[in-house]
Design a protein around this ligand. Structure first.
Ligand SMILES: Cc1cc2nc3c(=O)[nH]c(=O)nc-3n(C[C@H](O)[C@H](O)[C@H](O)COP(=O)(O)OP(=O)(O)OC[C@H]3O[C@@H](n4cnc5c(N)ncnc54)[C@H](O)[C@@H]3O)c2cc1C
Length: 388
């Protein structure tokens, strides 16, 4: 039996995020977009009311919420300001491999403090020479006694300038492929961690992305996430948890663009009547509604599956691919509905169109999602889930 209704708890989560977006994010979004200022105080407030790090298990002082809770939350937060929401989301991204693969001791060391005080973390996987091809990373970790020494460079690391710690993917055998990859938690203040300047990006401008260099950074072996050689598997498993949430972020941005477009189309007159009475315009709005509804359901499905213990890699990639591409399309159409005003930074859809683009790039590009889905379709192994 299918049931599309949210529980009272899920409605409470949605309303909390919706109110936060309305009261804290939307009024400040333009300022942070124009200045690129990191929304530190807003994030602290979000942490204070339980909107950050929601997956930390109760054993470590967290709320132990599921991926469906995050998806519900993300629709509202990303509709508020996707730059700020990405800064919040990057914590979940860094936490995911730790939740998936870390020992009890490591969780106690790094997760328990995050439940007690406001902390930021970062997921450091991409390198200047390896993004989509994660197995091509060159950062090395060499065992020396009870420690590992890390050397290498990471690129585009969200939250890097504010992080207390980073999940860093390395190669413990540089000549080997993905089976030699190992993840570590690295303290951001450790000697040899060099954080670069904030990048100036097209959109989501208040989110903090930087390069990070590791020069002979000493990390205790006990900071290894999982076992040596398990890093690739753990980093990919983390995506099964995070991709539904990112995909729903794209739905949130698309929903905001749609709502602005509907309001504008009903108030802007041309030829003596609102532009919305023209089928050429109202069909654009109808397609936006169709796409937002479809995207939301794909995200709910992908998140629900992993919460229920099903493997959701295929569904998460479908959701990420559809929602990212859909968001770009809807935001481009929103600019079209606004006409010349849509192209101007005084109107909200210009920011939304700039913000939308990154969904097709981070956490696996839209092409990489197609690669993943194609593999499921072609390798004969089949797709898991409750109805296959
Ligand atoms: C704002 C921002 C924030 C980010 N945050 C983080 C973060 O917090 N942590 C982190 O680790 N990384 C982060 N990233 C990095 C992001 O995940 C990568 O940029 C992304 O995975 C793509 O890698 P790339 O840029 O090296 O592009 P490439 O891998 O070089 O790809 C270039 C183009 O080729 C296409 N392509 C590559 N391989 C294939 C293929 N096999 N088939 C078809 N097409 C292909 C891609 O789709 C893309 O269009 C961030 C990036 C940005 C811009």
């Amino acid at each position: 039996m299918l049931d599309f209704s949210l529980t009272d708890e899920q409605k409470a989560v949605r309303d909390l995020a919706r109110d936060f977006a309305k009261n804290e994010m939307i009024p400040n979004a333009e300022h942070h977009d124009k200045t690129g200022e990191y929304p530190l105080e807003i994030l602290k407030k979000a942490w204070g009311i339980g909107l950050m790090n929601i997956h930390i298990e109760p054993e470590y002082g967290g709320a132990g919420m599921g991926d469906l809770d995050e998806v519900i939350m993300n629709e509202e937060l990303f509709a508020g300001c996707s730059g700020m929401a990405t800064a919040m989301l990057a914590n979940n991204l860094a936490l995911a491999p730790v939740l998936v693969g870390a020992s009890h001791e490591l969780k106690k060391k790094y997760l328990a403090p995050m439940a007690e005080e406001f902390q930021i973390c970062a997921y450091a996987v991409t390198e200047p020479g390896a993004g989509s091809d994660v197995a091509g990373i060159r950062t090395t970790a060499k065992r020396v006694g009870d420690d590992y020494i890390i050397n290498g460079s990471k690129m585009w690391i969200t939250n890097a300038g504010y992080a207390n710690w980073m999940f860093v993917l390395t190669k413990t055998d540089p000549s080997a492929g993905h089976k030699a990859m190992t993840g570590f938690i690295v303290d951001a203040k450790a000697p040899g961690v060099i954080v670069g300047k904030k990048e100036k990006n097209m959109g989501q401008r208040c989110s903090d992305t930087r390069g990070v260099t590791f020069e002979d950074v000493k990390v205790p072996a006990s900071n290894m996430v999982g076992r040596e050689g398990e890093g690739f598997k753990i980093a990919m498993a983390a995506f099964d948890h995070t991709r539904p949430g990112v995909a729903m972020g794209a739905v949130g941005v698309a929903k905001a663009a749609m709502e602005h477009s509907i309001r504008y189309a009903n108030t802007r007159n041309s030829f003596g009547k609102p532009i919305s009475v023209n089928q050429g315009v109202s069909f654009i709005l109808a397609q936006m509604a169709r796409d937002v509804e479809a995207g939301r359901l794909l995200c709910y499905q992908a998140a629900w599956m992993i919460d229920q213990g099903y493997r959701n890699t295929y569904q998460a990639s479908i959701a990420k691919m559809f929602c990212a591409d859909m968001c770009m399309r809807v935001c481009t159409d929103a600019v079209q509905v606004f006409g010349g005003y849509g192209f101007n930074e005084e109107y909200p859809v210009e920011k939304l169109m700039r913000d939308a683009k990154i969904f097709q790039i981070y956490e696996g590009t839209s092409q990489i999602q197609r690669v993943i889905v194609s593999k499921f379709l072609n390798d004969g192994k089949g797709i898991e889930g409750p109805n296959v």
